[in-house]
Structure formats: structure tokens, C-alpha cells
Design a protein around this ligand. Structure first.
Ligand code: KG4
Ligand code: ZN
Length: 341
């Protein structure tokens, strides 16, 4: 059995073909970075229109690479929540139309569940139950994941997501969008101890929460001077940019690593899975790998291409198909975060 999985929650148009043994038969990702670069962030209307142009060629290419025709598929999976409304609708309408035309079952995918399932896809073996950390442009949350579908919220950001903070700080430093990869590259030349930036809740062992907005403001004041948010006239030397980037990154990494270890302690689980674009960050991966190894905890982080948005993680829908579950064709896009049971 094979499914086609479609992913259009934000600004990546992606499709993949996955077998019932979770073998990836093809994966195509069309990035929209070029279109959003001059705005230093994703513009929802532009994202939706770009998805519309790309969705059919991306699906065609995924099928071609897998060597399958539409009628040879056993189901069509699509991410329907959470995400940008216009972006979600494009993928969902494409999937529903193909289901209507072919009579194949529709399989709705929760994008957050899928980000953790990317670890299962990469590991090639069961990873549940685990502590799940999702760190992306829209989310920074910790879950107790009983299974691929049963997530219990433990804590998360009370303001900006980690990826959002990377993108905004990168923009302040004059680095290109998306900020995460650009900032982490520059940070390699910087001193992570150059600036003592705030680490919210770091020593609060009662909370499994994050807050990155104060950190973002601290970087802004460091560039412009306290109380002077306008830094348009400030010119930074390359080494200053590198030191600011490295110090900011270290503060984010400290918070993510320490709260993940606290979640492990609280839940008693011995496995950690991390998904979302920020999980592609090299410094974060190194630090989490070192600290989980030292504590004897099993860590699964997918390779970088499966951390950022992709359709391979839609392989989570295979389990639904095998269990005989499918969704009605009036399945709606749910842009906001669904409360997990
Ligand atoms: O998971 P994702 O592709 O999309 C969302 O669901 O949001 O994550 C995108 C986010 C962006 O904020 C991007 O800057 C960040 O992940 N990101 C990184 C890195 N690669 C992507 N952040 C830090 N370091 C990276 N290497
Ligand atoms: Zn994502």
C-alpha cells in the first residue's frame, strides 16, 4: 500500500509518497523563501498564492519519482491543522479533489503530530512513548507523547516561538530570511559568552514554559542602546554581528535543552523526540545530544531536511489507513492550535 501525503501549512509546498512499511518512495519540497525574503517573514497571502501555483507540479513530481499513478494509491493524506488559513486550504482542496476524483480515502494530518512523527520516520523503529519538543516558526511546546496521536501538553512559549525569535533577531542583525539558518551560520564565528542575554524561566523548576520576547528585546537594546529601539542608523562590524548571534543562540539553546531535560525528569520517560525547523540548528543538536547522552536518555532528532516542513512526516497517516480510519470530504482547515487531549 502507498499513500500520497501533502503539506502546505506555511510556506513550503511539499508532497511525498510513503509505503505502508514507512518506506519513503519520493519526497518533493518547493520552498518559497525567495518570495518572502524582502519582507523578512512569511506573508500569508503570498504563501497561499504560491501554493496554488506549485501544488499540482509538486504532486506530479512526487508521483513521477515514486513511479506510481494516482489510481495506484491507497489514500491521500493532507495536513489540515495548524497553519496559515489560506495555505492550509490549498493543500486541503487539492487532496479533497483528488479523493473525489479517484474515490481514495482522505486522511487528515495534524502538523504537530507529524513533526514528532518525523523522528519515527527517521529512526526506522518505534519512538513512543516519549517527551516531544516541537520548535518551529510557529510553535515551541513540550508534550508527553503517549503515542503518535496522543499528546499531553506540558508547557510552551508564552509569547514568541523559538523560530520566530531567530527570524526576528536575524532581521535586526541584517541577515537574510529565513533567519534561523543564516543566524546559526554567522554564530559559528562568534563568542556565545560575549553577551549575557536573559534566559526566561531557566531556573524556575515549576514551569516547563519558554519566553523569547524579552530576549529579542534585549538583543535590540544591545544593538541600539537601552530605551532606543531604532537601530536603523547603527552599523555593526561582522565580529559584533557574530557575537550577538552566538550569544542569542546560546540563550535559546540553554532554555530549550534545560526545559526538555526537566520534562524528562517530570514524566519519567527516557526517550526524547524533537521536531520543527529549529531542530535543524547545529548548536542545539550538539548540546541536546551531549546532555541526553550524559543522562542516559535516548534522543531522536530527524535529519535537518525532515525537521523543517516536509511531506514525509505525513507518513503518520499510514497508521490511520491501516486501522481503517479516514476523514469525511468536508474536513475543514483548522488554522489555530487544536487542544490536545
Ligand atoms: O518547521 P518549520 O519549517 O515551519 C513551521 O512549521 O514553522 O520551521 C521554520 C522555522 C523558521 O523560523 C526558521 O528560521 C527555523 O525554523 N529554522 C532554524 C534553522 N533552520 C530553520 N532555526 C535555527 N537554526 C536553524 N538551523
Ligand atoms: Zn512546521
Amino acid at each position: 500500500m502507498n499513500i500520497l501525503a501533502i503539506e502546505t501549512t506555511c510556506d513550503e509546498t511539499a508532497a511525498a509518497v510513503i509505503s505502508d512499511t514507512l518506506e519513503v518512495r519520493s519526497s518533493v519540497v518547493a520552498s518559497q523563501d525567495e518570495l518572502h525574503r524582502r519582507f523578512h517573514g512569511v506573508v500569508p497571502e503570498i504563501a497561499a498564492r504560491a501554493h496554488l501555483e506549485r501544488i499540482l507540479p509538486v504532486i506530479d513530481e512526487a508521483l513521477r519519482r515514486a513511479g506510481l499513478r494516482l489510481d495506484e494509491l491507497d489514500g491521500i493524506a493532507v495536513a489540515y491543522t495548524p497553519g496559515l488559513a489560506g495555505s492550509l486550504l490549498v493543500g486541503l482542496m487539492a487532496a479533497k479533489t483528488l479523493c473525489l476524483a479517484t474515490g481514495k480515502p482522505l486522511l487528515g494530518v495534524n502538523h504537530l503530530h507529524a513533526h514528532i512523527f518525523a523522528c519515527r520516520m527517521a529512526a526506522g523503529r518505534d519512538v513512543f512513548p516519549c517527551v516531544g519538543l516541537i520548535v518551529s516558526g510557529g510553535h515551541s511546546s513540550l508534550y508527553r507523547c503517549e503515542s503518535a496521536f496522543e499528546f499531553h501538553y506540558l508547557g510552551g512559549t508564552i509569547d514568541d516561538a523559538a523560530g520566530e525569535a531567530f527570524d526576528k533577531v536575524a532581521s535586526m542583525l541584517g541577515l537574510p530570511f529565513p533567519g534561523g539558518p543564516a543566524l546559526s551560520k554567522v554564530a559559528e564565528q562568534g563568542n556565545p559568552a560575549a553577551h549575557a542575554f536573559p534566559r526566561s524561566f531557566l531556573h524556575d523548576r515549576e514551569r516547563l514554559d519558554f519566553s523569547f520576547s524579552g530576549l529579542k528585546t534585549a538583543v535590540r537594546y544591545k544593538i541600539a542602546g537601552v530605551g532606543k529601539p531604532d537601530f536603523s542608523q547603527v552599523t555593526l562590524e561582522p565580529q559584533e554581528v557574530a557575537d550577538l548571534a552566538a550569544s542569542f543562540q546560546e540563550a535559546v539553546v540553554d532554555c530549550l535543552v534545560s526545559k526538555t531535560l526537566l520534562a524528562v525528569e517530570r514524566t519519567g520517560l527516557r526517550t526524547v523526540c524533537v521536531g520543527g525547523g529549529v531542530a535543524a540548528n547545529r548548536r542545539f543538536r550538539q548540546r541536546l545530544e551531549a546532555e541526553t547522552t550524559a543522562a542516559g536518555i535516548t534522543l531522536h532528532i530527524a535529519p535537518p531536511a525532515l525537521c523543517t516542513d516536509n511531506a514525509v512526516m505525513g507518513g503518520i497517516a499510514i497508521q490511520c489507513l491501516l486501522a481503517g480510519h479516514s476523514d469525511p470530504l468536508d474536513l475543514d482547515a483548522v488554522p489555530g492550535l487544536v487542544r490536545h487531549k
